[in-house]
Design a protein around this ligand. Structure first.
Ligand code: EPU
Length: 416
């Protein structure tokens, strides 16, 4: 199993080009099922998760080809409606195929994802929303099964703001019969980007960027030709690395507004942030200051940056309080950071971080994608050498991480 060996203590300096966003690419890949034809997706990050999704599409009968970051998907020959457990359990976003399959074929057999390393992560809102649109869905042997479904427009109000449920229902509604109104939808840039892609293919969606979407079903969509938006979480992760290493990093190819909440917290902790049209330069302070963080749906501070922010606070002057209101159990990085000298007390979904002067290299284990990113950042700032085990988690969501960090001056090597 691959590990990362990182020798810390050097400021990261230079320019890094941010990749396309994993969480924007996956729903667009699912949306290719809505229209038979050849779809072109540009700026798709080469990651384990995009490869897994490509595999799901292939199993459904699509032809998929990567040419560098251009992904071509031919959905003309899709002849299966089954997404198997073996793939869905490795990547929950596979469930995105459910809405498009029901919309185009009236049938689907999609495995329930099951638990996640850091909590239950239910899909009840996806199912009740589709049921409200007339899909009679059964759970059979761990699979969500729908047959003879004719999706009809409906009004669906989400109790909780959910990225996944919003994109699922948007994809179902664009081909449904009549008008669908979605209330309390997610505003994450990934959701808005999907809406824009669907509109460009002929979908009729009003209210993008607001909490209420009105969608008039159309009978067919054109194939997709779209560019995936930049990865705001990758960008913010590099920004946090600058904050921890007294570094200066220019992030290129970004939309600064997409990670403004993270940038503001980094400024509060002492970073200097210069925002350009499609670039951001972050300069880390001599030592970060403690900050308090509460994760919220977009435009609030993202849960996907909670772990990396805890790592920043681990080194900060003073005590920080970090609360995750989206995922209560997403703290597997805490005991690993403690192995590097961090002083963090967990009280339910609240981490109280007492900043230390120095973190020390240690052997640690990655446990999920963002937890792994926080360990990498901590290792880059720590004195001595850190060996991070189980880095396959990182390969799910950070493209060419060692190469990008190496170009910024990090001493980082993949070993096995
Ligand atoms: N929720 C429900 N019922 C549902 C769906 C969600 O109660 O049917 C709850 C969740 O338990 C959570 C909240 O709603 O408390 C928000 O979850 P959401 O549905 O928004 O999460 P998701 O769609 O499963 C996406 C990202 C995650 C990111 C979350 C929150 C993708 C593929 N995944 O997940 O990204 O943490 O939104 O922003 O877009 C990551 O990239 O590391 C990652 C985990």
């Amino acid at each position: 199993m691959d590990k990362l060996r990182i020798s810390g203590g050097r400021p990261l300096e230079g320019t890094v080009r941010i990749s396309g966003a994993k969480n924007a690419a996956l729903p667009v890949m699912a949306a290719t099922l809505l229209a038979p034809g050849v779809h072109r997706l540009r700026n798709v990050p080469r990651l384990r998760d995009t490869q897994t999704f490509a595999r799901v599409l292939e199993l459904l009968g699509a032809k998929v080809a990567f040419e560098d970051h251009l992904l071509m998907i031919d959905t003309l020959g899709v002849n299966s409606v089954e997404a198997p457990y073996e793939l869905v359990k490795t990547m929950r976003a596979s469930i995105y195929v459910l809405g498009p399959l029901l919309a185009r074929f009236g049938r689907a057999r999609v495995s329930l994802p099951g638990g996640c390393a850091w909590g239950p992560r239910p899909v009840n809102l996806h199912l009740t929303g589709l049921q409200a649109m007339g899909a009679a869905l059964d759970i059979e042997h761990g699979y969500i099964v729908g047959n003879n479904v004719k999706l009809k427009g409906a009004t669906v109000g989400f109790d909780v703001v959910s990225v996944g449920a919003t994109v699922q229902l948007m994809m179902a509604a664009v081909l449904a019969d009549g008008q669908t109104v979605l209330e309390n939808v997610a505003l994450e840039p990934d959701v808005t980007a999907l809406g824009e892609v669907l509109i460009a293919c002929g979908a009729r969606i009003e209210g993008l960027g607001s909490r209420r979407l009105t969608i008039q079903g159309v009978s067919a969509l054109r194939p997709i030709d779209a560019t995936i938006i930049p990865d705001r979480i990758e960008a913010a992760t590099f920004a946090a690395a600058a904050a921890m290493t007294r570094g200066k990093i220019r992030l290129e190819g970004v939309v600064p507004d997409h990670f403004e909440a993270a940038l503001r917290k980094l400024e509060e902790s002492g970073c200097a942030v210069q925002r350009g049209a499609d670039s951001v330069t972050v300069t880390g302070p001599a030592r970060p200051q403690a900050v308090n963080v509460v994760t919220q749906p977009f435009p609030g501070f993202p849960t996907d940056m909670q772990a990396q922010m805890i790592a920043v606070c681990a080194l900060a002057g003073g005590t920080s309080v970090i609360e995750d209101t989206i995922y209560f159990d997403r703290f597997t990085h805490v005991p690993e950071l403690a192995r590097m000298g961090a002083r963090i007390e967990l009280k339910g979904n609240v981490a109280v971080v007492k900043g230390v002067d120095r973190l020390y290299g240690a052997q640690v284990m990655a446990t999920d994608l963002r937890a792994s990113a926080s360990l990498v950042n901590a290792a880059l700032a720590a004195q001595g050498e850190t060996l991070i085990d189980r880095i396959y988690h990182l390969d799910r969501g950070y493209e060419a991480l060692e190469k990008k960090l190496g170009a910024l001056g990090a001493q980082i090597r993949r070993v096995n």
